[in-house]
Design a binder for this molecule. Sequence first.
Ligand SMILES: *[C@@H]1O[C@H](CO)[C@@H](O)[C@H](O)[C@H]1NC(C)=O
Ligand SMILES: *[C@@H]1O[C@H](CO)[C@@H](O)[C@H](O)[C@H]1NC(C)=O
Ligand SMILES: *[C@@H]1O[C@H](CO)[C@@H](O)[C@H](O)[C@H]1NC(C)=O
Ligand SMILES: *[C@@H]1O[C@H](CO)[C@@H](O)[C@H](O)[C@H]1NC(C)=O
Length: 394
Amino acid sequence: MAVFCKSMAGGLLLTLSLTLLRWGVEGQRNTRGKKEVSGGATIYLGQDRDIWRPLIHITVNLSEVSSIKSSFDLRTFDPEGIVFYGDTKNGEDWFILSLKDGLPLMQISRGDSRVSVAGGPKLNDGKWHTLEVSNQDPFVILEVDGSNKMVVGMQSKETVNVLSGELRLALGGILINKEKMIVQFEPHMDGCVRRGSWLNLSVPWEVEAEELWPCYQNVQPGSYFPGTGLAIFNTSVFPMEADRGVKTELWGDFNKMDGTIFSIKAPGQKLMFALVANNNTKEITLTFGEEKICMKDTFKRLVITFQTNLLKVLQDEDESKTTTLPISPGSQPGYSTTWRAGRLAVGGLLGEEEDNVGSQFLTGCLEKIQVQGKDLDLDLAVKHMSISSHSCPA
Ligand SMILES: *[C@@H]1O[C@H](CO)[C@@H](O)[C@H](O)[C@H]1NC(C)=O
Ligand SMILES: *[C@@H]1O[C@H](CO)[C@@H](O)[C@H](O)[C@H]1NC(C)=O
Ligand SMILES: *[C@@H]1O[C@H](CO)[C@@H](O)[C@H](O)[C@H]1NC(C)=O
Ligand SMILES: *[C@@H]1O[C@H](CO)[C@@H](O)[C@H](O)[C@H]1NC(C)=O
């Protein structure tokens, strides 16, 4: 059922001010002109940067270290990413704590031995968890929320550690070549660390960025688009069987969105598909080739299926709210042609140029996106730094 669409033009984009939603992090500058921050500050680990590079780090003489314990709180919905790194002997001996599949993963190298251990509870539930790492030779112990201990024993042929030289700690990145790790993982972590107590050190940490992005006070699962950029996937990464079609599902509060939710286009071709929310008219417009349909934005879930000769749109799993658009043969290349070579953008409209500059960016939270039944992980997209992949402000 095609409905007349009200004009889409003239919608004034009200962008939410990030500074109002997020906690600020204060910083001062040290003698090398780098900003400094307390080890106990609240740090957003998802800040855009060279992906393995720490956000903040500290170097101290081992002789100044009196404690064997570090503890901090971590909050994330992200199942995978780097949390913290420590080393001695200029990176010869090292320790890495990350998440993988939501579980804490420790990787340790000491002398001639390397180990990796994963386990404990899943931590990516969006709640604050207290983690404590301590080193009681020859054991490294990770404790989550005061229990759930993971103990790793390591004996090295080398003689007992000499307590001299420097110790380096880093948050949100590592200081060694990633090839040295036993378990590889995707480092980007959309999460927050707070209340860090690092070996009882009181010296400030050095900040690698010009400005530290603050953390949202409260978060809910989803991907948040502040209206400044989009995330692009090659559609070829999604499996497709031409005769069965391609299914895309979106969950969210559609009446709180404004801008392009997603679009599909192949280079050199016209835009194949766009789904756009208009916060003024409270309508969602779906454009498919020359066809256009409008929907009231009252649903919470949308299932869009591309098939050889039709496009099917289902609202809230309610079969009575199904819209089908027949595809007239010859009016455009089949969707499967576009899908093989195209781009799928979330949060913006793919442009005419080959370099796919986007526009009409989305403001809002997509609680979940699935393509072919699989959750879409925006960490795997080429995306604008303003988008948070695994959390929305609540
Ligand atoms: C460690 O100590 C050495 C000399 O004992 C000193 O030169 C160096 O600056 C110190 N490093 C740090 C990070 O304090
Ligand atoms: C931690 O440092 C404070 C002073 O900075 C000191 O009073 C306290 O005893 C230290 N705790 C440990 C466990 O070393
Ligand atoms: C898409 O594929 C091209 C090569 O065909 C590659 O250069 C580009 O980085 C890929 N983009 C994404 C988002 O994976
Ligand atoms: C939608 O419009 C309302 C009322 O004009 C406004 O308060 C809200 O911030 C807008 N939301 C977005 C995502 O633009």
